[in-house]
Design a protein around this ligand. Structure first.
Ligand SMILES: [Zn+2]
Length: 673
């Protein structure tokens, strides 16, 4: 009968789709659909199976949402001691009350306490400790077999190599948790990748997955990964613990990081309140989370409740309201950046997401548009997470899509009409005209930025007018502006014009390192700029260096050397630099006794116990190098030095994206070479 056959066909189709997307997500780390869409498919299958019991396969093939062929090439398979299950999920309070009612049908009259933990959007891992030593770590894989990523996990600073405290004495211990990236650290990573011309990651989860799947763990080591643990993979009857909360406490005492947001909730109402509080705070927590996980606290109850083929009966993911919405793309706009990069973004029908009206979304680059196959007129799902610019998650399939013309990058710059091209090996298209007004504007803004020449009041409105009215064509022109000219700009009163004039003139003595960074040479970030400045000490000497000599400097790669050499070889750049010298811009840097000044102007924060230094010794070492030690971590902190058992300052550093050095790195920094 058709009615009987239809659900069976649909269930098969859904399982196939889910297996396919599981494979893309867990094994290749390259999801093609959003989590929300995946949940829709999964929930549809679950509903079908609930309505038609005969559809549930009698084998355990459905264990952990369908067995995917687990391990990608190049990583050794690791069989988990017990399956890493997924979680059932709920999106409303009714769902949650039904979750407790289901437990009560198995355990009539029981009362439940819950542990609430944020559901972090990262990559699930299983770690094995033997006699307190970290010996093996694996991805979740298909839930039964994952990939051995021990070497990459060892690079995560917050993951203890050795346990102390109550869990250290176990001969064999498997713990599970989530590797994730703080939002600020993720943003900084993407900026760094873009600076060296590499593709940015779409979201923190992809960045984590990509980092953990590196063959070369020195790359992983440079990625700002963090971890929290939330599960002990053992039959509770074989452990001394009576509750999940006790396990989390034992984790903490043993050195395994647990979420500081975890809470013990006395009953279901308290758990629901926890969910509400976390949802209100979701954009302040500092990492991506789409809900909370609620787990029955009592381990005896857990044993009695057991598992379905998909998930434990005693835990549930209570999702937050979606930060996604559907809208239509009305226009694809191209912006031109400082290095001439043509960046597409989409104008969309205004739509409200989590309290904000969204009318523009980033589209990253031409490859991303091609991957999503977004065309003007298409219906898309957009997502807004934290303070990040909203992005397109996926296109909603429509029959009309095929009749819409595919997007093509323009052959000419939309601002100056210059020829647009795509350099070999890059994802980005560029305007070839160096005098392109859009590029000049972006370059001037970069030149005056806080970390560059730090010219206060040189904002976008001012720069636009200076370029549009032909008052400034290059950096040197800035220093020839007088107060009268500046006061003639719109919305710039005499007093503001005077302040801007003083700020420009006052920026002449920033030194060679910041000047080099301000020039906006491709691939030359703050670090490379300061290496050049330290090595040569003056523009004159730097200028005379060959590409080979530049590349020979420790820390300077061939691509940076080539870009710098090319920059200095261009007549136009030589002319501008000569004019800047004429107006008195400092192009030297104190390199004599450079070691002593290594930390000049830098602010450091110490946390935890250093083995080789007392606090006073560490402080003295920093001061000797020109640095300053302060007590609290802020965005202005340059480094946090973390010894053993670092405190909340360590967490602050991770949250704010401040680089953290361990004792070995600190020692190297302050010692004589
Ligand atoms: Zn242009």
């Amino acid at each position: 009968m058709a009615d009987l056959k239809k659900p069976r066909v649909r269930a098969e189709e859904l399982r196939r789709l889910i297996r396919h997307h599981d494979y893309l997500y867990y094994v290749l780390a390259r999801p093609e659909i959003s989590d929300a869409t995946y949940d829709r498919l999964f929930n549809e299958l679950k509903r079908l199976e609930q309505q038609h019991q005969y559809l549930i396969p009698d084998s355990a093939t459905l264990l952990v949402s369908g067995g995917v062929a687990g391990v990608a090439e190049g990583f050794a398979p690791v069989e988990h001691s017990s399956p890493m299950l997924s979680l059932d999920n709920a999106s409303t309070e009714e769902d949650i009350r039904e979750f407790e009612a289901r437990m009560n049908r198995i355990l009539p009259g029981a009362t439940f306490r819950y542990v609430g933990e944020p559901k972090i959007d990262g990559v699930g891992v299983a770690l094995v400790y033997e006699n307190g030593k970290f010996v093996r770590g694996a991805t979740r894989g298909d839930g039964r077999v994952g990939e051995d990523i021990t070497h990459n996990l060892r690079t995560i600073r917050s993951l203890p190599q050795t346990l102390h405290g109550p869990l250290a004495r176990y001969e064999h211990l498997e713990v599970r948790g989530e590797v994730f990236m703080w939002e600020a650290a993720f943003q900084k990573l993407n900026r760094d990748l873009e600076e060296v011309g590499e593709g940015a990651f779409a979201n923190p989860r992809n960045a984590v997955a990509g980092s953990l799947r590196q063959k070369d763990s020195t790359i992983t080591a440079k990625r700002p990964l963090d971890i929290v643990l939330y599960q002990l993979a053992a039959d509770p009857r074989s452990t001394p613990f009576a509750t999940h909360w006790e396990i989390l406490e034992a984790f903490g005492k043993s050195g395994l990081p647990v979420s500081p947001e975890a809470r013990l909730c006395g009953d279901l109402d308290a758990a629901i309140a926890y969910h509400r509080v976390m949802e209100d705070r979701r954009n302040e927590i500092g990492y991506e989370t789409d809900g909370v996980v609620l787990k029955a606290n009592n381990l005896d109850q857990r044993v009695a409740l057991g598992f379905t083929t998909h998930h434990p009966r005693w835990a549930i993911a209570f999702k937050f309201k979606s930060q996604q919405a559907q809208t239509r793309v009305r226009r694809i706009v191209i912006n031109v950046g400082r290095t001439g990069a043509l960046t597409p973004s989409g104008d969309v029908d205004p739509v409200e997401i989590a309290g904000a009206t969204i009318s523009r979304t980033t589209l990253h680059n031409a490859d991303e548009i091609a991957r999503l196959d977004v065309r003007v007129g298409d219906l898309v799902v957009i997502e807004r997470a934290g303070d990040v610019i909203p992005h397109v998650v996926e296109r909603v399939p429509e029959p009309e899509h095929d009749s819409r013309p595919p997007f093509q990058m323009p052959t000419h710059c939309p601002v100056c009409g210059g020829h647009a091209y795509r350099p070999e090996g890059e994802v980005v298209w560029r305007c070839s005209n160096a005098a392109c007004p859009a590029q000049v504007k972006e370059r001037l803004l970069h030149f005056g930025a806080r970390r560059a020449m730090d010219i206060e009041h040189l904002g976008e409105a001012v720069v636009n007018q200076l370029v549009d009215r032909n008052l400034v064509k290059d950096f040197a022109d800035l220093y020839h502006l007088d107060v009268e000219t500046l006061a003639s700009l719109e919305r710039l009163a005499k007093k503001s014009a005077t302040n801007l004039y003083k700020a420009i003139q006052g920026s002449k003595n920033r030194g060679l390192a910041r000047f080099l960074f301000a020039l906006g040479i491709r691939f030359v970030g703050e670090h490379a700029a300061s290496l050049f400045a330290q090595h040569y000490g003056s523009m004159e000497k730097l200028w005379a260096a060959t590409e080979e000599e530049l590349a020979a400097i420790y820390g300077i790669g061939p691509r940076i050397a080539a870009a710098a050499a090319e920059f200095f070889a261009q007549k136009e750049n030589q002319r501008v630099i000569a004019r800047l010298l004429d107006v008195g811009v400092t192009m030297t840097e104190e390199t004599v006794k450079a070691r002593e000044k290594l930390l000049a102007g830098k602010t450091l924060v110490l946390t935890g116990t250093l083995e080789g230094f007392s606090r006073d010794e560490a402080r003295a070492a920093v001061t000797r190098l020109g640095g300053r030690v302060t007590s609290s971590v802020s965005k202005k902190t340059d480094y946090v030095i973390a010894g053993k058992d670092p405190g909340s300052k360590y967490d602050d550093a991770r949250r704010l994206g401040v680089p953290v050095l361990d004792e070995a790195a600190f020692k190297e920094l302050v010692s004589e070479r």
